[in-house]
Design a protein around this ligand. Structure first.
Ligand code: SAM
Length: 278
């Protein structure tokens, strides 16, 4: 018998993957958590029916959400990851020599536990008690209310703007992000598909631009996510991502998607995306 799993990406569109088996299915205080083993994407983490990451293409998202902002900042030492319970972003962040402390605040301990068990290649940094990584199970929204002038870079590796992640896409949250950053700090957030989430992208751009002097959007091709084209938004107090000195990006960085050329080219936007930001 064939088994298929469908994520409904819009009201009228689904992505179906043929699966070998469901490795885990459970419910936390916050969401339904599942890991399925699929034929095209390999093992995949699914939260509330939404595909979060897969062993097939996770490197694209995790490398792009981590390395792009970390190389825009000339000397990131203290970094915060909000969400990111699968550990992929943490794995990329700790590759940076300059980083002294990487804090991670993930709301759902079950996502961390399940990722450690079923997605070891993604969660590796969570498993090996990395000396630079401090993992806290808690609400990233609340955490941001409590800190001030602490981080060089904040990475908001969140799920969609529904459920526990909804408050991570608000003006009030960005005000606290601004407060938590040092005077030359910057943050990045995954901001969904420029095809299917245009209203969201426009609103976030306006919210972030009302607080940060520099706001830039960049793109990556991620097969698992709606439309395959995914965007990330940076809010920066001082450093403009368009003027990053790419000489400080080492040749031997261990990455499969990200590279020195992409640090610049990912900010080149098709006209219809530029129009969204006007
Ligand atoms: N790569 C993914 C994507 O774009 O779909 C995101 C993956 S990561 C698994 C998202 C994480 O954000 C989830 O583990 C979820 O529990 C966490 N999260 C959601 N709301 C949160 C909050 N308020 N504070 C901290 N973590 C949160």
């Amino acid at each position: 018998m064939e088994l298929w799993y469908t994520e409904y990406q819009t009201e009228n569109l689904g992505l179906s993957v043929r699966i070998k088996e469901t490795l885990y299915a459970g419910r936390s205080e916050y969401q339904e958590v599942a890991v399925v083993d699929s034929l095209e994407f390999g093992r995949m983490l699914v939260l509330d029916g939404v595909f979060q990451t897969s062993v097939f293409d996770e490197f694209i998202y995790h490398e792009m959400i981590a390395h792009v902002p970390l190389f825009v900042h000339p000397d990131p030492r203290t970094v915060l990851i909000i969400g990111g319970g699968d550990g992929g972003t943490a794995r990329e962040v700790v590759k940076h020599q300059s980083i002294e402390v990487a804090e991670m605040v993930e709301i759902d301990g079950l996502v961390v536990d399940v990722s450690k068990k079923y997605l070891p290649e993604i969660s590796v940094a969570l498993n090996d008690n990395h000396p630079k990584l401090q993992l806290k199970i808690g609400d990233g929204i609340k955490h941001m209310e409590e800190v001030e002038n602490k981080y060089d870079v904040i990475i908001v590796d969140c799920s969609d703007p529904i459920g526990p992640g909804a408050g991570l896409f608000t003006h009030a949250f960005y005000q606290n992000v601004h407060k938590a950053l040092r005077p030359d700090g910057l943050f990045v957030q995954q901001t969904e598909s420029p095809f299917f989430h245009q209203d969201l992208i426009k609103r976030l751009k306006a919210d972030i631009a009302s607080l940060f002097p520099i706001t830039r959007l960049y793109l990556a091709n991620i097969p698992l996510y709606p439309s395959g084209l995914h965007c990330f938004t940076i809010g920066s107090k001082q450093y403009d991502p368009l003027h990053t000195d790419r000489n400080r990006i080492p040749d031997n960085l261990d990455t499969r998607y990200y590279n020195r050329e992409l640090q610049k080219s990912c900010f080149a936007l098709p006209n219809f995306v530029q129009d969204l930001l006007k």
